[in-house]
Write a protein that binds this ligand. Sequence first.
Ligand SMILES: Cc1cc2nc3c(=O)[nH]c(=O)nc-3n(C[C@H](O)[C@H](O)[C@H](O)COP(=O)(O)OP(=O)(O)OC[C@H]3O[C@@H](n4cnc5c(N)ncnc54)[C@H](O)[C@@H]3O)c2cc1C
Length: 338
Amino acid sequence: MEIKYNYSLKNHNTFGVQVNCKTFVRLNSQQEASNYVQNQLDKTLPYLLIGEGSNLLFTKNFEGTIIQMQNKGFELIDETNKNVWIKAAAGEIWDDFVVWSVEKNYAGAENLSKIPGTMGAAPIQNIGAYGVELAEIFNGLEAIEIETGELRRFYLRELQFGYRDSIFKQKFKNKYIITAVILKLNKFPFFKIEYGNIKAELETLTYENLNIGVIRQAIINIRSRKLPDPSELGNAGSFFKNPFIDVKKHNDLKKLFPDLVSYDLENDKYKLAAGWLIDKAGLKGYSKGKVAVHKDQALIIVNMGDAGGQEILDFSEEIRNKVYEIFGVMFELEVNVI
Ligand SMILES: Cc1cc2nc3c(=O)[nH]c(=O)nc-3n(C[C@H](O)[C@H](O)[C@H](O)COP(=O)(O)OP(=O)(O)OC[C@H]3O[C@@H](n4cnc5c(N)ncnc54)[C@H](O)[C@@H]3O)c2cc1C
């Protein structure tokens, strides 16, 4: 265990916002996490779990304890002819796990290549990209209850996964320290290449037989062209969630905007592309002070220098309100505002 006091979080959030916390604790094992919350954590002050801070926006100093799991390791815990079950420590970097699984030829995670962050945070918002969500390969997780220090196991259905959502973003928010995640991968891959421009990207690559390593490479190529690198330009990926609307609202918007980008979810709901709405509102590349809508990716808000968290949040409100005025659609935030 490692404890620091009055510690800067600038290098612990991908927006690069300068804030301090009162206490910063790194925990190296499940046992350490259990002991810490039972004997040392001051529960009268606020506390917050953190991974790599790639989905967080700090708007002020954090007057409490930031807890980071640093445990490491992947372990094959079960196997059949078709599948493997891997237990991965929460402190592992998500993409290191994808690299490991692709090397072993265990399929299922390759479309989620290069998503920043840790294993422990992956279930929180059911990370997703390129037609795949964590839920599809998730089996269960282990977590320490902060109130009692007890170890609990949660399985797929208990997580109540939704679009960028799980029970750990709702009822169990900040109640558990996730210490390990169990993933079920496939020995016989089922390639998912229909989404977006994966197929077009594959055509630019040289390979004999399609495999998960090639798919990973295609995804990396697309992502590195499309997304700003937080080490160069502070950001937390998509700032807003893609909104869901009903059929009537969809038809009304389609009349006004025939080029509206939407996806029929076949349950009387449509999903809109939030980036398209921001772009259509004329806000792609829009900037104020040190904050901007990314010039190529309208769904990403970037910190162009030393913007404060509140400044970024205020800017995002302006975007939200402008989009609402034009389309009558209010965005929900994907980023966790602290
Ligand atoms: C450039 C960029 C691209 C991105 N692309 C995608 C994408 O394609 N798809 C996608 O889904 N997301 C994407 N994201 C968002 C981000 O990568 C994910 O949300 C990721 O899972 C966050 O991991 P983290 O470790 O940084 O979590 P943090 O940002 O540190 O924390 C996120 C949440 O998880 C909680 N948490 C963290 N660790 C634990 C733990 N051990 N136990 C309990 N709670 C915990 C935190 O309290 C917080 O509520 C992107 C972000 C960036 C910067």
